[in-house]
Write a protein that binds this ligand. Structure first.
Ligand code: NDP
Length: 477
């Protein structure tokens, strides 16, 4: 069986405890690889390696850093098939989506190679002095990521951290660490100094906690659940560390009466069901103007029923299994709770039938009608393939319903009226608003959330700022 070690100080390292864990394919429970289960001691060694490498990497000219990041992107593209296959095996998503994720991570490396070259300062003339403003790397960064996009979400952190001159220790998710580790391996092999890029495996509550609590790390970049983010923010406070948090969500999707209903239904279906709904920007609550609700609902059901489910390695599947038993149980509970409180099950709501689905965590894309805010599916993050629909009468009502949530992640509006689009976009309490599109992710634009969905921004030039400190040098004249 394949073995995945940690990467510390440029070397493959087994756990100091000698423990390993078997990673299993969520489509059929077959073992995929054996992974080292790291310890606090391993995390400390990795942090020390990153600390030792920091003066070397931060002093490397940004043009040289850019060359190395471009080379890393080239290596990731060269190994895309192999990394994507691991991603499908450990996490379940269809191979074509896994490949897109890996290729997109190479684009992120290229983008920040160039952004790092534009880390300019300022020159300010005052009457008796001159001021130089520098932007310097914050130090060692701890990068902690979840399992739903284990390569891309890590690339969003690795690339700007390195471009800014930071060294890092990454902690991928315990149950899907393989592709992320191969991604960092390719980055290391581009020619980085030993210790600039490290990966530790192991439980978040132990290895991740050490990365957060140890004074060596000066920046924590985290994507995961709101509850974990809260813990990280509180513990990072002990050393006044900088934190970026991309957390849970409950994204609303508003369909106005003047919208292109076919496009709205296709978009909603894609964003509610792709990756089995296990995407932070997934569509979680659909609010439809009552006059178009019937037409929209019929189209959404037909989109859901057309999607082909199966083992992610099959070439023609649209949806793989869910990631874990826990994810599927939560989805089932949310659907049952909604039905008990009066929702109408319009399609899905259970596993697909047949021998091919017996051992995996499969679940059919589900559409619920007559949803309301008493239901868990409208208030909590399901992180599963469920699209609940609620009707509205006025735009003001739809915006108020959309904002009635502790989360403030993405929001979507479908309309052909510019004033409606702007009124909704300005009124929605979200970090990103998509108008007639079903994603707010664009490598060149800032991504980040409001309320209990997070803090800080990734992507765009804003993503680089997250790894830089501002220094003022004042020169007396
Ligand atoms: P978790 O918060 O459980 O875990 C995320 C990472 O944090 C894992 O590597 C985990 O390790 C680690 N971790 C757990 N506890 C600690 C701790 N005390 N200290 C440090 N690290 C810790 O999230 P999931 O993996 O379940 O991912 C799903 C969640 O991610 C969803 O809520 C989703 O909304 C969110 N997400 C948010 C995105 C955004 O941009 N807002 C994007 C994608 C996902 P281990 O695996 O060992 O538990």
């Amino acid at each position: 069986m394949q073995q995945s070690h940690m990467l510390i100080n440029g070397e493959e390292v087994a756990s100091s405890s000698g423990r390993v864990e078997i990673i299993r394919n969520p489509a059929n429970q077959q073992p995929v690889a054996e992974v080292a289960v790291g310890t606090r001691q391993d995390a400390r060694l990795a942090l020390q390696a990153a600390k030792k490498a920091f003066p070397i990497w931060s002093a490397t000219p940004s043009l040289k850093r850019a060359d190395l990041l471009h080379e890393a992107a080239r290596l990731v593209r060269e190994r895309a098939e192999e990394i994507a296959r691991l991603l499908t095996l450990e996490m379940g998503k269809p191979l074509k989506n896994a490949k897109m994720e890996v290729l997109s991570s190479a684009d992120v490396l290229d983008f920040y190679a160039e952004e790092g070259r534009r880390n300019f300062g300022e020159w300010i003339s005052s009457s008796h002095s001159r001021s130089i403003v520098l932007r310097q790397p914050v130090g060692v960064a701890a990068l902690i990521t979840p399992w739903n996009f284990p390569v891309d979400l890590l690339a969003w952190k690795v690339a700007p951290a390195l471009a800014a001159g930071c060294t890092f220790v990454a902690k991928p998710p315990s149950l899907a660490p393989l592709a992320a580790t191969e991604f960092v391996r390719a980055v290391c092999e581009a020619g980085l100094p030993a210790g600039a890029a490290n990966v530790v495996h192991g439980p978040g509550g132990i290895v991740g906690a050490e990365l957060v609590e140890n004074p060596i790390s000066r920046k924590i970049a985290f994507t995961g659940e709101t509850q974990t983010g809260r813990w990280i923010m509180a513990h990072a406070a002990a050393h006044i560390k900088r934190v970026s948090l991309e957390l849970g969500g409950q994204s609303p999707f508003i369909v106005c009466p003047d919208a292109d209903i076919e496009a709205a239904a296709a978009s909603a279906a894609q964003r509610a069901f792709s990756n089995m709904g296990q995407i932070c920007i997934s569509v979680n609550r659909i609010y439809v103007a009552q006059e178009v609700a019937e037409q929209f609902t019929e189209l959404l059901i037909s989109c859901a029923e057309r999607l082909k489910i199966g083992d992610g390695l099959q070439p023609d599947v649209d949806l793989g299994p869910m990631f874990s038993r826990k994810q599927r149980e939560r989805t089932r509970e949310h659907v049952a709770d909604a039905i008990e409180k009066g929702a109408e099950l319009l399609t899905g709501g259970r596993e697909p039938e047949g021998k091919a689905f017996e051992k995996g965590y499969f679940f059919r894309p589900t559409v619920l009608g007559e949803a309301d805010h008493s239901m868990r599916v409208m208030r909590e993050e399901t992180f599963g393939p469920v699209a609940p629909i609620m009707k509205f009468k006025t735009l003001e009502e739809a915006i108020a319903l959309a904002n009635d949530s502790e989360y403030g992640l993405a929001a979507y509006v479908f309309t052909n009226d510019l004033k409606t689009a702007l009124r909704a976009a300005e009124g929605l309490e979200a970090g990103g608003v998509g108008i007639n599109v079903n994603s707010v992710v664009d490598l060149q634009a800032p991504l980040g959330w409001r309320k209990e969905s997070g803090l800080g921004r990734e992507l765009g030039h804003h993503g680089l700022d997250a790894y830089l400190e501002t220094k003022h040098i004042r020169l007396g004249m």
